[in-house]
Write a protein that binds this ligand. Sequence first.
Ligand SMILES: [Ca+2]
Length: 66
Amino acid sequence: MGLAASLTEVDPQTAEECTNRIFISLDKDRDAVISQQEFIEGALGDQWIRAMLECDPSTVDVPISP
Ligand SMILES: [Ca+2]
């Protein structure tokens, strides 16, 4: 299954499960802190995490300052 197909199918993971999966994957030294280096290396090395971190602006309600 391709990445696009996997992103369009219903994912049984909850937001909390996704967050935990991302955190565990990125926190390589298990100190409960994600350093900038861990974040960059983890995001670059994991296609699923990169896909989860991408933001579609059309799905986010961002208030615009007057
Ligand atoms: Ca860490």
